[in-house]
Design a protein around this ligand. Structure first.
Ligand code: NAD
Length: 509
């Protein structure tokens, strides 16, 4: 088996770490399989970093950050601009790598690269972002100014469902602001991270500023406990987000930990139902429902529920499920055999508990890909909050229909849910949309927009069990997260000013 850092997992390759600007020999006793979800075949393996590999990655990052953090803002911005060009030029290569290991359709993988690119473009505005604030003549002969400084070495631990976009939510902002960034990507689709490492290097980023350390929970533990790691950005499931937040804050690190979701789309009686059905279908089944902003629950007012369910059923049946590299595919497989089994189990639980299975995606066979991890679009009507399929995050192509009497009941339902990532309302009424936006306890709200992922110059973050640590990701909140303020109060004495034993009060200014 050959060890390789850049590139894609193949049957003979082991996706390795990228430390200090190069692929390194890896501990061959700790590896995990990488599958092509469309065929079910193992297509390679990924290294899982041990304690000493983790220590080597951190110490290289510590050394690199000292120089990088001290470099002028203009020089750092130059690297970001070159990285932006390289990422745009290699978007197809990256999308193909993502599609192969994740299973999502190529155009969707291309879309995730485009959303990541937006964050790089935002980080190119680094001179503006790092400008700071100054109060001239705050007291006689005194100015007070705030500068922002990098934290040092920061770690990003990312999920399988966006193997390029989520690392790009973090790394451009962390690096632009002068930190060294260690990426611990998902072990399920590891190769995109190594493509990013290669592009950062080609952009002129000094070795050690962007590191890829592949691994599992032991690797994560070693990173969370390492005294030289200053901050941790985590995106993944809620139980692990909660654990990462508790563990890393206990060791004094700054932490943002984004968790899972159960996103509700509310459809009021005055909505354009055809339009809502189109958007709900794409938002529920796109990327096989493996999006943290997927709409997995449609909350429908009774008067239009029958009509909407019928429109959704037609659309769900028309979704083309196929391997992600087929140009006409709408939706690919789910990530693993275990995920397929879990999703199908949740569909069965809904049937057992009395919900109505309108479209059943269990047991779907895709011709020529019988061993692939496919689950078909599934529509379940008359779901209630007690049902397991409602209580758990399914993270698969399953749309629940919950029927309600009107807006008040819809808001009550959404607010009672422990998650608060995203939500959408479909209506023709500005007043109803405004009422919903103001009362709903969710971090990101769409009005006739199904997946309201904020653009890069706003910030992304849910509420409640969808975010631990209060700090949303990328955008202005990302800059704040990856820097800390320093406030200097300065006086250059040109004449004698009497020293005072008291803080100056108003009359003394
Ligand atoms: P996951 O929680 O299983 O894994 C995320 C990361 O944590 C991976 O890098 C993994 O190696 C690591 N990890 C796994 N188990 C661990 C453990 N016990 N201790 C320490 N680290 C561990 O998530 P996933 O299955 O890769 O991704 C899907 C989940 O991510 C879904 O719940 C989805 O909603 C969520 N997600 C959330 C957002 C968001 O912005 N809120 C975005 C994308 C995905």
């Amino acid at each position: 088996m050959t060890t390789t850092a850049p590139g894609t997992a193949t049957a003979t390759t082991l996706v390795g770490h990228w430390i200090d600007g190069a692929g390194v020999p890896v501990d061959q006793t700790r590896t995990a399989p990488v599958f092509n979800p469309a065929t079910g075949a193992e297509i390679g393996r990924v290294a899982l970093a041990n304690q000493s590999e983790t220590a080597a990655a951190v110490s290289s990052a510590v050394a690199a950050q000292l120089t990088w953090g001290a470099l002028s803002i203009g020089k750092r911005a130059g690297v970001l601009f070159r990285f932006r060009e390289l990422l745009a030029a290699h978007a197809d290569e990256l999308a193909a790598v993502i599609s192969r290991e994740h299973g999502k359709v190529f155009s969707d993988a291309r879309g995730e690269v485009a959303r990541g690119l937006e964050v790089v473009e935002y980080a190119c505005g680094l001179p503006q972002l790092m400008k700071g604030e100054l109060s001239d003549e705050a007291a006689t002969g005194i100015e007070v100014f705030t500068t922002r400084e990098p934290l040092g070495v920061v770690v990003g631990i990312t999920p399988f469902n966006f193997p390029a976009m989520v690392p790009l939510w973090m790394s451009p902002v962390a690096i632009a602001t002068g930190n060294a960034f260690i990426l611990k990507p998902s072990e399920r689709d590891p190769s995109a991270a190594n493509v990013l490492a290669r592009l950062w290097q080609q952009a002129g980023l000094p070795d050690g500023v962007f590191t890829v350390l592949h691994g599992d929970k032991d690797t994560v533990t070693a990173l969370l406990e390492h005294p030289d790691v200053a901050a941790v950005s985590f995106v993944g499931s809620t139980p692990i987000a909660r654990h990462v937040h508790a563990t890393a804050t206990a060791t004094g690190k700054r932490v943002q930990a984004l968790g899972g979701a159960k996103n509700h789309g509310v459809i009021l009686a005055d909505a354009d139902l055809e339009d809502a059905a189109d958007h709900l279908t794409a938002a529920a089944f796109g990327s096989a429902g493996e999006r943290c902003m997927a709409l997995s629950v449609a909350v429908v007012t009774d008067e239009v529920a029958d009509e909407l369910v019928s429109l959704l059923a037609d659309r769900a049946r028309a979704v083309k499920v196929a391997p992600g590299d087929q140009p006409d595919a709408d939706m690919g497989p789910v990530i693993t055999a275990a995920a397929k089994e879990r999703i199908e189990g949740l569909i069965s639980s809904a049937e057992r508990e009395g919900a109505d299975l309108v479209v059943d995606g269990r047991g779907l066979q895709v011709e020529g890909h019988e061993e692939g991890f496919f689950v078909g679009p599934t529509l379940i009507d008359n779901v209630s909050p007690e049902h397991q399929v409602y209580r758990e995050e399914v993270f698969g192509p399953v749309l629940d229909i919950v029927r309600v009497s009107g807006l008040d009941e819809a808001i009550e339902l959404v607010n009672a849910n422990p998650y608060g990532n995203g939500t959408a309302i479909f209506t023709a009424s500005g007043a109803a949309a405004r009422e919903y936006r103001r009362r709903v306890k969710v971090g990101m709200v769409g009005v006739n927009v199904p997946i309201p992922v904020p653009v890069a110059w706003h910030s992304f973050g849910g509420w409640k069990d969808s975010l631990f640590g209060d700090s949303p990701i990328y955008g202005p909140e990302g800059v704040n997260f990856y820097t800390r303020p320093k406030v200097t109060t300065q006086r250059w004495p040109a004449r004698a000013v009497a020293a005072s034993f008291h803080f100056s009060g108003d009359s003394e200014k």
